[in-house]
Design a protein around this ligand. Structure first.
Ligand code: NI
Length: 181
């Protein structure tokens, strides 16, 4: 089922999500929710979606990058479900990259993110996940875990001057870069 995405200004987007219990994970309702979040992320060409974005205060996020038209240059990331994720910074150098958000439609901003993180979480069946992510993969995970604390990428913009509408971003950043190369 495709879910309605909450936009910035709805209080749920600013809510710190609560942890998901093992009992909840075991339920059919939770599994159906995960399927709906994946379907919703794909419908809107997101590379990630957090539960707070679909009006639920749960530490649950899905992510996937696979030939995404909103991020055509991004390296692929397999479909991942993160429940109660915890991040450890492995490389505290930060890389500036462009981000958008389904809850903040039609905008892009340049956001610094840690280059490399360790991710500890539960998977959709309650299995323990422990992996390292770097570059765009690490960026997506940091963006989604921010959502679970009620934070959005705008909070991390060091310079609001980078903020751009998507069409202008395409014209003045992507197309301009293509002309130079
Ligand atoms: Ni977002």
């Amino acid at each position: 089922m495709i879910l309605k995405v909450a936009r910035l200004g709805h209080p749920i987007v600013r809510t710190r999500a609560r942890e998901v219990t093992h009992e909840e994970i075991a339920g059919a309702e939770f599994q159906a929710l995960v399927d709906s979040m994946i379907e919703t992320m794909r419908e809107y060409n997101g590379v990630g979606l957090a539960a707070t974005q679909i009006h639920l205060s749960l530490q649950l996020a899905v992510l996937e990058v696979n030939g995404n038209p909103r991020y055509p240059e991004a390296e692929a990331v397999p479909l991942t479900v993160l429940v109660n994720p915890r991040l450890t910074i492995l490389d505290d150098s930060r890389i500036v990259g462009w981000e958008g958000c389904l809850s903040i439609p039609d905008l892009r901003g340049a956001v610094p993110r840690y280059k490399r993180v360790r991710v500890q979480a539960l998977g959709r069946r309650g299995e323990e996940l422990d992996f390292e992510a770097s570059d765009f993969h690490a960026r997506v995970i940091q963006h989604e875990t921010d959502h679970l604390r009620g934070e959005v990428y705008l909070d991390r913009l060091p310079d609001m001057h980078s903020l751009s509408h998507l069409a202008e971003f395409q014209r003045f950043v992507v197309d301009a870069r293509a002309r130079q190369s």
